[in-house]
Write a protein that binds this ligand. Structure first.
Ligand code: AIR
Length: 192
């Protein structure tokens, strides 16, 4: 609970009073189509920053960091450190779309109901993980292409795998090894 309070107190965006959307979204967990319909009709009531919103009361972490292998941890720590610095609650999971497909599927399916708002997914080589997660959840997914030990093309194998996710399955993509930017983007999505 304390770390959730800090999200509101510490982030620059929060100080700028741009939390209302996140609170509204948290108050009404909704599918993409539901969100579209509420956009037209909802009236937003400004709330003081210090007041706790429903997002603060969600049971689990706000950001899920997942990666395809333990060998990705060095790079993905860039995201973990940034989230920690910003006081954003998060969890870290290692699971491969190719090696543990059932685990990743269940993880992605349950993410929204556990209170997750954004997923950061990092993988190298044939980096299916971000797209695989996005296939099973309508939460925003940020892909981090990782330059793996056996990469072809200095990480462009993973970059193309993520950036070329097919129409209908949107995945944001940061630079190769750009885990820190993924965390900053996640923070901006949370406070949009
Ligand atoms: N990977 C694991 N399962 C599917 C993929 N694409 C990726 C990992 C890691 C690379 O393969 O994300 O970047 C090498 O993994 P490992 O475990 O052999 O070191």
């Amino acid at each position: 609970m304390e770390s959730r309070k800090r999200v509101f107190r510490q982030t620059k965006d929060a100080r700028q009073g741009r939390l209302r959307g996140a609170r509204m979204a948290a108050a009404t967990p909704a599918s993409e189509s539901d969100l579209q319909s509420t956009q037209e009709t909802s009236t937003i009531t400004p709330q003081p920053e210090t007041e706790l919103g429903p997002m603060d009361l969600a049971p689990g972490p706000l950001v899920a960091v997942i990666m395809g292998s333990q060998s990705d941890m060095d790079v993905m720590n860039g995201a973990v450190e940034e989230l920690t610095q910003r006081g954003i609650s998060h969890e870290v999971t290692v699971a491969s779309a190719h090696r543990d497909p059932d685990k990743v599927r269940e993880y992605a399916r349950a993410a929204r109901s556990r209170g997750i708002k954004v997923v950061i997914a990092g993988a190298g080589m044939a980096a299916a993980l971000p797209g695989f997660v996005a296939a099973y959840t309508d939460l925003p997914v940020i892909g981090v292409p990782i330059k793996a030990k056996n990469t072809i093309g200095d990480g462009t194998d993973a970059l193309f795998s993520i950036v070329q996710t097919p129409p209908g399955v949107p995945v944001a993509c940061v630079a190769i090894n750009g885990a820190r930017n993924a965390a900053i983007l996640a923070s901006r999505i949370l406070f949009a």
